[in-house]
Design a protein around this ligand. Structure first.
Ligand code: ZN
Length: 91
């Protein structure tokens, strides 16, 4: 049976994009190709770390999103100001 490991796992838009759609193409809009590739590796590495022990990461309740936050992303730990999106880490 699935159990909730963290029901308030707040992630930045970069992480959300890959968690939700496994798509990092949006990174190119803000970064040059080389930086986007480096950022994608960082985010994918962070997601893989969150999913260790067989956990799954799912997009949560958008009503719990924050429009502007400087709290660190629970996934990649960026403190870049921006939106944070609610996800749930399931065990
Ligand atoms: Zn992040």
């Amino acid at each position: 049976m699935a159990t909730i490991v963290d029901d308030h796992f707040m992630v930045c838009p970069d992480c959300l994009m890959i968690i939700a759609n496994d798509d990092a193409t949006g990174l190119d809009h803000f970064l040059d190709e080389e930086s986007a590739a480096a950022r994608e590796r960082e985010v994918r590495h962070s997601i893989a770390a969150a999913k260790r022990d067989g956990n799954t990461l799912v997009v949560g309740d958008s009503e719990q999103d924050e429009d502007l936050s400087t709290a660190s992303c629970d996934c990649c730990n960026t403190t870049l100001a921006g939106s944070r999106h609610h996800c749930v880490l399931m065990g």
